[in-house]
Write a protein that binds this ligand. Structure first.
Ligand SMILES: [Zn+2]
Ligand SMILES: [Zn+2]
Length: 438
């Protein structure tokens, strides 16, 4: 039986500048020796272009010449063998970390085809490139320059599976497969590409994990916190047989249970435990860690007012007070998937409001976004009189599938990439896709 993927091509379309970014003007530039093709003829010497949105069209400045068009294309090579660091077209302003407190502007260098158009009166840029080139770039964006071989290979294969399985499809309305950000997978073109990451992509080329003859939907997150979470705690839908609760450590201590967060908070043997990385330069191995601090175990204090403000902002719920927070459901890792707030509304009535997924919980319990929904409320019993809520938590991200910090822990202990992958995705098999498999 042939292996199937969800993506109906071996090229992928990555949304780089989205209508929600409300970008009206960008500049592009490239090295003089890079061969660039375009939908508009221009002088060979030109290596800078400015594109503006002008009355629903693109105004493209090509040296002396300005053209008004609906679409504009610029293309350079994207074959894996020709890929190298900082080769491609540089875009002067792209949003990274959309909607998060670390949102910033970056200047990525992109290989492959760049398709510009206007959507809702702002710029849309889609980068179309081969899946293999995309995967090499993603693995570099997710990992640091000194990541151990096994970790890099595991991340490369996971990024490839996730892209090929194409299950999430968050951006079909705008006609691209994935965006450039953490919403999908972080992609910054060849900007930080290292020879080392490229070698890993070449060495594992076309290698994927399969389950029932299908490329798996390889979810991953930064740090599970000690127990890998079940798919259904985080997402709607049926159980996924290879995205199940797992003990993320060498052995499962007998006295400890799944979904019991309090004793788990004292556990320090996990592959992702910060106790393992005291002598390790985590930044060099895992790349740009977005926030400082500890993510295996963390503490967070927030004013009740922050929760009240978020209820208004995200759910249009107008309350004057919160007096109780009730945890209704936790997943295996301790992540809360259903939580009830009890408070007082503007009419002075006592009311409740339910947060029914980890995403809503994380955006309600922080000024921007909480590390994870695996937390206990330290002052639950005195909450009625307190103005601050004190949280003790575990992990960073949704916790399903591969735990990036745990995979680093395994790699540092000498595990191979196939051992790492079979730990996080049980009952799956590694295989090489034929070149012509879609
Ligand atoms: Zn996305
Ligand atoms: Zn972990």
């Amino acid at each position: 039986m042939p292996t199937s993927t969800g993506l109906n091509s071996r090229t992928i379309r990555v949304g780089i500048i989205l209508p929600e970014d409300n970008s009206q003007e960008i500049s592009l530039s490239w090295p003089p020796d890079l061969i660039v093709a375009s939908s508009q003829d221009f002088d060979d010497q030109l290596n800078e272009i400015t594109i503006r949105v002008d009355q629903g069209k693109l105004s493209v400045s090509l040296g002396e010449l300005t053209v008004f068009v609906d679409h504009f294309l610029l293309a350079s090579g994207d074959h894996l063998s020709g890929l190298s660091a900082e080769r491609g077209v540089k875009i002067d302003s792209v949003v990274a970390g959309r909607g998060f407190h670390w949102e910033k502007k970056i200047q990525p260098i992109l290989p492959g085809r760049l398709l510009f158009s206007v959507e809702n009166n702002s710029l849309l840029l889609i980068n179309e490139l081969s899946v293999e080139a995309y995967v090499a770039c993603v693995a570099t964006s997710e990992m640091g320059a000194s990541a151990p071989d096994a970790l890099l290979a595991a991340q490369t294969i996971v990024a490839r599976c996730w892209a090929l399985a194409s299950v999430e499809r968050k951006h079909v309305a705008l006609n691209f497969d994935v965006c450039n950000d953490d919403c999908c997978q972080r992609y910054q073109g060849t900007t930080y590409l290292t020879d080392y990451a490229l070698a890993s992509a070449v060495a594992t080329q076309n290698e994927v994990l399969v389950y029932n003859n299908k490329v798996i939907d390889a979810r991953y997150s930064k740090c599970c916190g000690g127990i890998v979470e079940d798919y259904t705690t985080v997402w709607q839908g049926k159980k996924v047989p290879y995205l199940i609760p797992l003990w993320d450590g060498p052995n499962h201590p007998e006295e400890m249970a799944f979904d019991d967060l309090k004793p788990l908070l004292a556990y320090s043997e996990a592959y992702c435990s910060s106790a393992r990385f005291k002598e390790v330069d985590l930044l060099a191995m895992l790349g740009k860690v977005d926030v400082t601090g500890s993510y295996y175990r963390w503490k967070h204090a927030l004013k009740k007012q922050v929760i009240l403000d978020n209820l208004k902002k995200h759910f249009k719920v107008l309350w004057s007070e919160i007096f109780e927070i009730i945890v209704l459901k936790r997943g295996a890792s301790g992540r809360i998937s259903h939580l009830r707030l009890a408070g007082v509304n503007q009419e002075s009535d006592q009311v409740t409001f339910d947060l029914k997924n980890e995403y809503d919980i994380r955006r309600t319990f922080n000024e921007s976004f909480l590390y994870s929904s695996a937390f206990i409320i330290e002052n639950a019993t005195t909450l009625e009189d307190d103005t601050t809520v004190y949280l003790s938590g575990a992990g960073w991200g949704h916790g399903v599938g591969l735990c990036q910090i745990g995979a680093l822990g395994m790699a540092l202990e000498g595990s191979s990439y196939s051992e790492i992958l079979s730990h996080y995705y049980p009952d799956t098999a590694l295989m090489k896709l034929a070149e012509d498999t879609f």
